[in-house]
Design a protein around this ligand. Structure first.
Ligand SMILES: NC(=O)c1ccc[n+]([C@@H]2O[C@H](COP(=O)([O-])OP(=O)(O)OC[C@H]3O[C@@H](n4cnc5c(N)ncnc54)[C@H](O)[C@@H]3O)[C@@H](O)[C@H]2O)c1
Length: 443
């Protein structure tokens, strides 16, 4: 039973998809995402223009990945030469210490059962693994294992493993194959999709990277049941961001499903992941490698401008603010700015606050940010999204309508003073209130 559904799901899209209707006159554009539901999971086929690959959300994900990759070997026609996937069928897993312990043996067994050779490399969990020093160690380890361009480097973990594996696969021998077995909510709704990879520098996060798309992304969403609560709600923050950027039905859907999402209801979670991946793919496909100025991909940074500043300011504290919590606060801040700069209504601010509250993402206590106002402002101007030293924010008047807006330093400082009350004086408070940021108190 399991085997036959694996076989159906892993079939190349051209063999398994229903025949597309033939357009009478206008040429048909390839859809960005094709979705197929199975009784025990689903398959999304992403067509990003520069790359096309499937996402499988099902039990036995490594077995499914192995079978799918074999279909690619079988398709070594002229157009597919670049895949160079040959025997021996060889995969090297990149795990962190948690995912190695939780899923390593099971995933290795699935690959071996499918007839693949498998090795595993394990790095410490957390951002400390996203460094050039770890990249060098991993490249040396790959060389020692005799890996070559035909070997598949497969991340097993969350966004940190997919960022790291993607970067290493992009540079080792000038590019080896890549796949992701994604196990965190951030990984599934955001990080594994879109081809961006990165490691950190001491001066900032994600400063060095490249674009590298995987052959496939797979996961068994039941893995998320074991994710620590804080990592889970960080994933909900990225999902809320996506649902608000998408607007319309997706925003309403997530508002209606906050309770089952907090309970990690498997059916609702699968739907959330599918919706987030589909939306992100549709944005990435408009400008996969961010060649346009400005790129539509920038909108995916909603909440991230303040979010990154919060992460940097609190990085050395005993308990740094996690990425998702920082992004959620960034969304609250940017919604208030949107009232002044893009005519957002107070209703939108309150609606977004209610969604974040319901997803267990409460407003951040401003005390967390310390009292060095000038330092906080300086960090904004170190942000890598700055063009010609102008600071840009993603602002929305209503869900589904993001805009890239240049924000003058004075306006940024006004809003920061309103959020960080110890820096505010009565004149500043009054100015922000007149500009319509009355919901600010809720923070
Ligand atoms: N490339 C992109 O487009 C993109 C987008 C968003 C985020 N990111 C990056 O993603 C990273 C954050 O990703 P993350 O939140 O997944 O972090 P992560 O990879 O560190 O995973 C979070 C923690 O959960 C553990 N874990 C993972 N899956 C588990 C499971 N199923 N059960 C129990 N524990 C599990 C991990 O070991 C880790 O300790 C950041 O570095 C961020 O920069 C990249």
């Amino acid at each position: 039973m399991q085997d036959s559904s694996l076989k159906d799901a892993a079939t190349p899209m051209s063999e398994s998809a229903p025949a597309a209707p033939v357009a009478a006159a206008a040429p048909m554009l390839a859809p960005v995402v094709i979705r197929q539901d199975f009784t025990d999971g689903l398959r999304l086929d992403l067509n990003l223009g520069v790359a096309a690959y499937p996402v499988f959300l099902m039990e036995k994900p490594a077995q499914l990945l192995a079978r799918y990759m074999e279909t690619l070997i079988g398709q070594q026609t002229a157009e597919r030469q670049s895949l160079r996937l040959n025997d021996p069928k060889r995969v090297i897993l990149l795990c962190d210490e948690n995912t190695a312990e939780l899923f390593g043996i099971d995933i290795e067994t699935q690959f071996i059962t499918a007839g693949w050779e498998v090795d595993a490399l394990t790095v410490p969990a957390g951002e400390q693994a996203k460094t050039l020093a770890v990249v060098e160690q991993l490249c040396e380890a790959l060389a020692a294992l005799g890996a070559n361009r035909n070997t598949v480097l497969c991340s097993l973990g969350g966004g940190i493993m997919s960022d790291l594996a993607g970067f290493v696969a992009g540079i080792f021998k000038r590019g080896m194959h890549l796949a992701h077995i994604s196990t965190s909510l951030v990984g599934l709704v955001d990080a594994a999709v879109g081809g961006k990879t990165a490691v950190n520098l001491p001066t900032g996060k994600n400063q060095i990277g490249l674009y590298k798309h995987p052959l496939a992304i797979v996961s068994d969403p039941s893995y998320l049941q074991q994710l620590p609560e804080e990592d889970y709600v960080c994933g909900l923050a990225e999902a809320a961001k996506t649902a608000l950027l998408a607007g319309g039905e997706f925003t309403a859907w997530i508002e209606d499903n906050t309770e089952p999402l907090l309970q990690r209801d498997p059916v609702v979670l699968r739907e959330l992941i599918a919706r987030c991946i589909s939306f992100k793919a549709s944005i990435v496909a408009t400008d996969p490698h961010e060649d346009n100025v400005p790129s539509a991909r920038l909108s995916l940074n909603y909440g991230h401008t303040l979010g990154h500043v919060i992460e940097t300011v609190t990085a050395q504290q005993e308990v740094p603010v996690p990425h998702g919590i920082a992004v959620a606060q960034g969304m609250r801040f940017e919604a208030r700015m949107a009232m002044q700069l893009v005519e957002a209504e107070a209703d939108f601010v309150l609606r977004q606050d209610a969604l974040l509250d319901a997803l267990n993402l409460p407003a951040l206590d401003p005390v967390t940010m310390g009292d060095d106002f000038d330092h906080i402002v300086d960090i904004f101007y170190r942000d890598k999204k700055i063009d010609n030293s102008e600071l840009r924010f993603i602002l929305m008047a209503t869900p589904g309508h993001p805009e890239i807006v240049t924000v003058p330093r004075e306006i940024l400082c006004d809003h920061l003073r309103a959020w960080l009350p110890e820096h505010s004086d009565s004149a500043n408070k009054e100015e922000v209130a007149v500009n319509g940021a009355e919901g600010q108190d809720a923070q």
